[in-house]
Design a protein around this ligand. Structure first.
Ligand code: SIN
Length: 329
């Protein structure tokens, strides 16, 4: 879709919304509506309408329909969109410390993850984002990332050597792939499918929900359940928009966001098992995708190979912040 058609379609949608509602919140994201993030966004829209008695309408633009990576934050600054939920890596140039969350094997499990995000470390990062002129709302969840390839099974770090991997724009992710001898390449999320299909890159790292809903399973031969890194989001709002938003409606929007966060995290917690079953079924029936589990020894080898990059980021992320996150019990 050209930019012009996108804008015409968005305007048509907004005009029909405006007929019913007094205020419109434009929410933009880059993933499929049937991911946890997509479901959370739709749930938020529904709850805002309910809690405000229809006075406020949230119009959700999924799948990079309106703005893709790199465009979302600019759109919020200009007031052209009002809420976005970029993944942590997409904040790299704005708040380099956010790359903390990209560090491989940082989180022991989901319990550790939520304690970090909802505790002091999460607040420090949120404050840094607020200082850049955004309203930093809640942390949402996509899940742990797994490696995939269309070259061969990646069971040990050296299997990735020489392969080209798509990464989000993050120096940590770049260093992570270089540490295992692979070639990282930054691409927007909307271009990953075609890049994999056309061999621009050989592989990628994704949580299962993004892998399956974007049909990456169709253009990869091997998926390794490496869980080596984490993908999450910070929901942000346009500061200029929020300043002008009616004071009596603000608590209702915040309440809807609180409920949407709980809903989204629950969806993320249950989604992985269901999606993995679907991916395995696809692999079995098509005969085109093999799913690999790592043995404990293989996992240790990955951890050793990737954790080497931590000291490179002591300065940019802050050694203290890394240690603080690791120490959370
Ligand atoms: C997203 O989940 O928002 C996209 C993540 C990516 O770019 O890989």
């Amino acid at each position: 879709m050209t930019k012009f058609i996108k804008i015409v379609a968005a305007t048509a949608l907004l005009v029909s919304s405006a007929l019913a509602a007094e205020y419109t919140i434009k929410l933009t994201h880059v993933v499929s509506p049937n991911t946890p993030k997509g479901q959370g966004a739709d749930f938020f829209a529904k709850r805002v309408a309910e809690l405000t008695g229809g006075k406020v309408e949230v119009v959700v633009f999924p799948n990079s329909q309106l703005y893709g990576d790199g465009e979302e934050m600019k759109a919020l600054k200009l007031g052209n969109a009002h809420i976005a939920m970029p993944s942590f890596s997409k904040f790299t140039s704005l708040v380099p410390e956010m790359q903390l969350f990209d560090l491989p094997f940082l989180f022991r499990d989901k319990d550790h993850l939520y304690k970090v995000l909802d505790g002091e470390v999460g607040q420090i990062i949120r404050d840094k984002v607020s200082a850049k002129g955004f309203i930093a709302l809640d942390y949402w969840d996509a899940g742990f990332k797994h490696m995939s390839s269309n070259k061969k099974a990646i069971l040990m770090p050296e299997d990735a050597a020489g392969q080209k991997f798509r990464i989000m724009s993050s120096h940590v992710l770049e260093a992570q792939f270089k540490a295992i001898g692979a070639n990282p390449q930054v691409l927007p999320f909307s271009e990953v499918y075609s890049a994999l299909q056309q061999g621009v890159v050989d592989g990628a790292e994704n949580p299962l929900s993004n892998f399956y809903t974007k049909k990456f399973n169709e253009v990869q031969t091997d998926l390794t359940l490496s869980g080596h890194g984490y993908l999450g989001y910070l929901v942000i709002m346009s500061e200029s928009f929020w300043k002008k938003f009616p004071a009596d409606l603000k608590p209702k929007v915040i309440q809807a966001m609180k409920e949407a966060t709980a809903f989204e995290r629950k969806a993320a917690a249950t989604d992985d098992d269901d999606t993995l079953a679907k991916i395995k079924e696809y692999g079995k029936t098509s005969g085109k995708l093999a799913v690999h589990e790592l043995t404990p020894d293989q996992k240790v080898a990955w951890q050793k190979a990737m954790e080497k990059i931590y000291p490179q980021f002591y300065k940019v992320v802050g050694e203290d912040l890394i240690k603080k996150a690791q120490a959370v019990k």
